[in-house]
Write a protein that binds this ligand. Structure first.
Ligand SMILES: Nc1ncnc2c1ncn2[C@@H]1O[C@H](COP(=O)(O)OP(=O)(O)O)[C@@H](O)[C@H]1O
Ligand code: SF4
Ligand SMILES: [Mg+2]
Length: 329
């Protein structure tokens, strides 16, 4: 069995607003295994980035972890600062964002940035680092690498910048990479290339948390998938099981939207309504304002996570009392 690099359990992040405190995410649990890609998918505003920032220690000052634990390589990091996390993890956690400009140094040529990453992680000379960087750029499909090395980040396309970020991650070989919407700003061809680089990185042993609002992206490369809605995980399974048998009404709605897109009906068959703002989330199931199967108890009682099929979990009242026999004790 693969090693668990990241284990998030019952994580809650709260934000005080006025006299009240609102949970931005609540009871979030999932894990990332080394050499595997875990997907986190849900519409915009569901709490995906908040989850990523809580893991990396990059929460905004008004957001606090109020419950749960985050184990990196078996070590509790949930209350460590970003700096302490670096020490605890030995720089083995990295993150890439939708817009790589935020992580690249705008004043340094991209080749230099990759060379420096190389020289921190391997004892090689400057000349060797330059040669190796050209090789890496060629490997990851950067056209005309000698010339691109000398470019500043703003002189490259979004796709090339994201490649540079992934190249740096490949050099550092982190145990965990969190990629928050890494291909959202890119066209589908470049997206496919970036996803294949991430797959390559994961084959070398890195565990990856891939965050996307697009189930199509998740289906292409992930091993395990968690569906997030209104700040909580509503469904979880391995990628084949989940896409073959989506159980949660939200997951079904999300997948139908993708299917109707791929069938080119021209119009996105979206789930009617919008994701509730954190100050307006229902006290029961977060999806009750949009669900076509809503029952009376859905509005007042927050559903627990059920496991109707082994390793396939769903948080919905439709599954109350339907635990798998292997799971129920
Ligand atoms: N610093 C903050 N203060 C208050 N609310 C926030 C803050 N950051 C995010 N939120 C709210 O938390 C919710 C989840 O946001 P986010 O994690 O960015 O969603 P996603 O990445 O899934 O689009 C949203 O309703 C957003 O408006
Ligand atoms: S708990 Fe109720 S409202 Fe929520 S998804 Fe299930 S049926 Fe729909
Ligand atoms: Mg986000």
């Amino acid at each position: 069995m693969a090693d668990t690099v990241l284990e998030v359990s019952h994580l809650t992040v709260s934000i005080p607003m006025g006299k009240e405190v609102f949970p931005a995410i609540s009871d979030v649990s999932f894990s990332v295994q080394s050499g595997k890609i875990t997907g986190l998918v849900g519409e915009s505003g569901c709490g995906k980035s908040m989850t990523a920032r809580a893991i990396m220690g990059l929460l905004k000052p008004n957001c606090k972890i109020t419950e749960g634990s985050i184990l990196f390589d078996g070590k509790e990091i949930s209350h460590a600062s970003a700096k302490e996390r670096c020490d605890l993890s030995g720089n083995q956690m990295s993150m890439i964002f939708q817009e790589p400009m935020t992580s690249l140094n705008p004043l340094m040529k991209v080749g230099r940035q990759v060379e420096e990453a190389l020289r921190i992680h391997t004892k090689i000379s400057a000349a060797e680092a330059e040669k190796k960087t050209v090789e890496i750029f060629r490997e990851i499909g950067v056209p005309d690498p000698e010339k691109r090395l000398k470019a500043y980040p703003h002189e490259l396309s979004g796709g090339l910048r994201q490649r540079v970020m992934i190249a740096m991650a490949m050099i550092c070989r982190p145990k965990l990479l969190i990629a928050d919407e890494p291909t959202t700003a890119l066209d589908v061809i470049v997206e496919a290339q970036i996803l294949s680089l991430m797959k390559q990185l994961c084959e070398s042993g890195t565990g990856i948390l891939l965050i996307s609002h697009n189930p199509g992206v998740i289906a292409q490369v992930c091993d395990d998938v968690s569906i997030m809605y209104a700040g909580t995980i509503v469904e979880q399974a391995d990628v084949y099981e989940l896409f073959d048998h989506p159980m949660h009404p939200y997951t079904q709605g999300l997948f139908n939207a993708v299917h109707s897109l791929s069938e080119d009906r021209g119009e996105l068959d979206v789930i009617p309504g919008t994701v509730p703002d954190i100050t307006h989330r229902p006290s029961g199931c977060g999806f009750c304002t949009r669900c076509t199967q809503v029952k009376q108890q859905c509005e007042s009682s927050f559903p627990v996570m059920h496991e109707p099929i082994d390793s396939h979990r769903v948080r919905c009242h439709l599954f109350d009392g339907k635990e798998s026999h292997e799971h129920a004790h």
